[in-house]
Design a binder for this molecule. Structure first.
Ligand SMILES: *Cc1c(COP(=O)(O)O)cnc(C)c1O
Length: 403
C-alpha cells in the first residue's frame, strides 16, 4: 500500500469548480450587529449567515459571557460526566426544557454532535433508520455511526416514508428529518411524518436547527407551527448557533430519553463540556428572543419583502417561505460566478455546491435576518436580478448554435 498523493485530489475539485475556500471576516462594520462584514478591507452586507434574529452580535449575550468568564474562567476542564458539568449548563438545560415544553433537555457542544448522539443511541446495528433524501449531513453521519441500515425516502414525501416503514423486513427504529431544510428552506411534512412514525412505532427525530426561534406563533419552531405535541414528536434537536446567535445544541424530550442519551450518546460522553460562558450567553439570547417577538416578525417580514422584490427583478425563487431563500443556478461554475458578481456589488451571498447539494443543483443561498435593513434587502434583490440576467446571457452565448 502506498499513500495517495493529495495534490491531484485538490486539482480535481478545482477543475469541477468544487474547491472550497474560506475568506476571513476581519471585523464588523458596526458594534452590536453582524449584518455588515469587513472582508479584504471592504464592507459587505452578509446575506449568508444563520443569525436569523440578529443576536450573534448583540451586546447582552456578550456581556453575560464576559461576566461568567470572569467568575468561572474560559474552560470547563472536563466532560459533563467527570467534573465539567456546571451551574450554567444546568440552568440552560432547564431554560431549554421550559422553552420547548418538554420534561428535559440535554446540552451538546454542536448540532452535528447532537445528531450523531441521538441517532447512535436510538438505533442499533440490525435495525433500520429512515431519512429524507435531503437530510443534513449530521443526520446521515449519525445513521452511519449507529451501524443501522439506513434508507432514504424522496424529499419531503411522507407517503414514501410510510411505504418504506411498512416494507421493512425489520422494524425501523428511527425516522429522522430536518424541520426546515437547510439548503432549500422548505418545511418537512411533519404532521404526516408523525402519523407514519406512530403507525409503525418508530422514533421520530426532528432536527429543527433552522425553525427554532423563528417559526410558530411564539417562536417554538416548526413543531409549534404544525401544531405537533411532544408526544407526537418525542425527539427534538435544536441548535443554538443559528437563531440564538450563540453556540451549541440540545436534544429535548422525556426524562427517560435524556437519561438514556447521558448513558449512551458517545458524542456527549466522550467530549469536554461546552465552556460555561457560552451557556451563559445562550441563556441571555434566549431571554431576548422571548421578550422581543419583533425579531422573528421582522425576519419573516423581510423575507416576504425580499421575495416580492426579487420576483419583480426577474429572479427565479423556490417555494420557501422561511428566511432561507435558495436561488437555483444549476452548475457550480454559474453559482460561483454569481457569488463573485454579488460580492462586487457589496453583498456576501455564498454559492452552495455539491456535495452539499445534489450535482446540477448548485445555487446561491440567501438568508435574511432581523438585523438587515429594508434598503439592503431591496438592493440585494436588484443585484441578484442583474447577476441572474448575466448568467442567462452567458449560458445563451455558450449554447451550441443549431444549423
Ligand atoms: C447547522 C445544522 C446542524 C449543525 O449544527 P451545529 O451546531 O452548527 O453543529 C445540524 N442540523 C441542521 C439541519 C443544520 O442546519
Amino acid at each position: 500500500m502506498q499513500r495517495q498523493p493529495l495534490e491531484p485530489l485538490l486539482a480535481q475539485l478545482e477543475r469541477g469548480h468544487l474547491r472550497r475556500r474560506r475568506r476571513t471576516v476581519e471585523g464588523y462594520a458596526s458594534v452590536g450587529s453582524h449584518a455588515e462584514l469587513i472582508v479584504s478591507g471592504l464592507r459587505l452586507v452578509d446575506f449568508s449567515s444563520n443569525d436569523y434574529l440578529g443576536l450573534a452580535g448583540h451586546p447582552e449575550p456578550a456581556a453575560a459571557m464576559a461576566e461568567c468568564a470572569a467568575r468561572s474562567g474560559a474552560g470547563s476542564g472536563a466532560s459533563h460526566l467527570i467534573s465539567g458539568h456546571g451551574a450554567q449548563h444546568a440552568a440552560l438545560e432547564e431554560a431549554l426544557a421550559a422553552f420547548t415544553g418538554r420534561e428535559r433537555a440535554l446540552l451538546f457542544s454542536t448540532g452535528y454532535m447532537a445528531n450523531l448522539g441521538v441517532m447512535s443511541a436510538l438505533a442499533q446495528r440490525g435495525e433500520a433508520v429512515l431519512l429524507d433524501r435531503l437530510s443534513h449531513a449530521s443526520l446521515i453521519d449519525g445513521a452511519l455511526l449507529s451501524g443501522a441500515r439506513f434508507k432514504r425516502y424522496a424529499h419531503a414525501d411522507a407517503a414514501a416514508a410510510r411505504r418504506l416503514l411498512g416494507a421493512s423486513a425489520r422494524p425501523a427504529a428511527v425516522l429522522a428529518t430536518d424541520g426546515v431544510f437547510s439548503m432549500d428552506g422548505d418545511i418537512a411534512p411533519l404532521v404526516d411524518l408523525a402519523r407514519a412514525a406512530r403507525a409503525h412505532d418508530a422514533w421520530l427525530v426532528v432536527d429543527d436547527a433552522h425553525g427554532i426561534g423563528v417559526l410558530g406563533p411564539t417562536g417554538r419552531g416548526a413543531l409549534e407551527s404544525a401544531g405537533l405535541s411532544a408526544e407526537e414528536v418525542p425527539v427534538l434537536v435544536g441548535t443554538l448557533g443559528k437563531a440564538f446567535g450563540s453556540f451549541g445544541a440540545f436534544v429535548a424530550g422525556s426524562a427517560t430519553l435524556i437519561d438514556l442519551l447521558v448513558q449512551k450518546a458517545r458524542p456527549y460522553v466522550y467530549t469536554t463540556a461546552l465552556p460555561q460562558p457560552v451557556a451563559a450567553a445562550t441563556r441571555a439570547a434566549l431571554a431576548i428572543a422571548e421578550r422581543e417577538p419583533w425579531r422573528r416578525e421582522r425576519v419573516l417580514a423581510l423575507t416576504a419583502r425580499f421575495r416580492a422584490a426579487a420576483r419583480a427583478a426577474g429572479v427565479t425563487l423556490s417555494e420557501s417561505v422561511t428566511p432561507i431563500q435558495p436561488i437555483p443556478l444549476g452548475s457550480a461554475e454559474a453559482a460561483l460566478e454569481a457569488q463573485r458578481a454579488l460580492s462586487e456589488a457589496g453583498f456576501w451571498v455564498v454559492a452552495i455546491r455539491p456535495p452539499t447539494v445534489p450535482v446540477g443543483q448548485a445555487r446561491l443561498r440567501v438568508t435574511l435576518t432581523a438585523a438587515h435593513r429594508e434598503d439592503q434587502v431591496d438592493a440585494l434583490a436588484e443585484a441578484l436580478g442583474r447577476a441572474c440576467r448575466e448568467a442567462a446571457a452567458r449560458t445563451a452565448a455558450e449554447a451550441p448554435v443549431r444549423a
